[in-house]
Design a protein. Structure first.
Length: 166
């Protein structure tokens, strides 16, 4: 898992500053993964709505008019109040995969919806769904690492407080 061994191994021997630095790096990575995941989820919702539009015989204008409703839904997404980290801007860290999967969230699929074949739409939904699940797994892993770092820092703080009381 991303960051697991390098960030959780040897916590007891690491200084507080090292632990805080690792926590900040993991939080930055979690922010970038969460941002990509939110983009993937929004694209999935739009592509699924396009598939439904085609099945019902609606127009592209119907889809565009329905975008506020499509994107305001919380299907498959955590609400803003339930997110672990909720920065107000795009992450500073850019993530890249060897096969370029990150391009799934910024390719021309949405701009070309009216001319994309049903088969291409289905393939885009499949690939994007797989990428979103991968991002979700990465995000959960990063949460585990951040939790371990926080637990070590809290344990140290409690130990220091207990020692100073004696």
């Amino acid at each position: 898992m991303l960051f697991r061994s390098a960030y959780v191994g040897g916590l007891a021997e690491a200084s507080d500053d090292v632990l805080r630095t690792k926590k900040a790096e993991c939080a930055e990575a979690e922010n970038a993964v969460s941002f990509l995941r939110r983009l993937a989820q929004a694209r999935l919702e739009i592509l699924e709505a396009e598939r439904e539009r085609r099945a019902s015989g609606g127009t592209v204008e119907d889809l565009v008019r329905d975008l506020p409703r499509i994107l305001s839904g919380e299907a498959g997404r955590s609400g803003a109040l339930n997110t672990r980290v909720s920065p107000t801007e795009a992450p500073a860290l850019e993530l890249h995969w060897p096969d370029g999967r990150e391009s799934l969230v910024d390719d021309g699929t949405l701009a070309n919806l009216p001319v994309i074949s049903d088969g291409d739409l289905d393939r885009a939904l499949t690939r994007l769904g797989e990428f979103e699940r991968e991002l979700s797994t990465m995000r959960r892993g990063l949460h585990g690492v951040i939790d371990a770092l926080e637990q070590e820092l809290v344990a140290r703080q409690r130990s220091e407080e207990h020692t100073s009381e004696l």
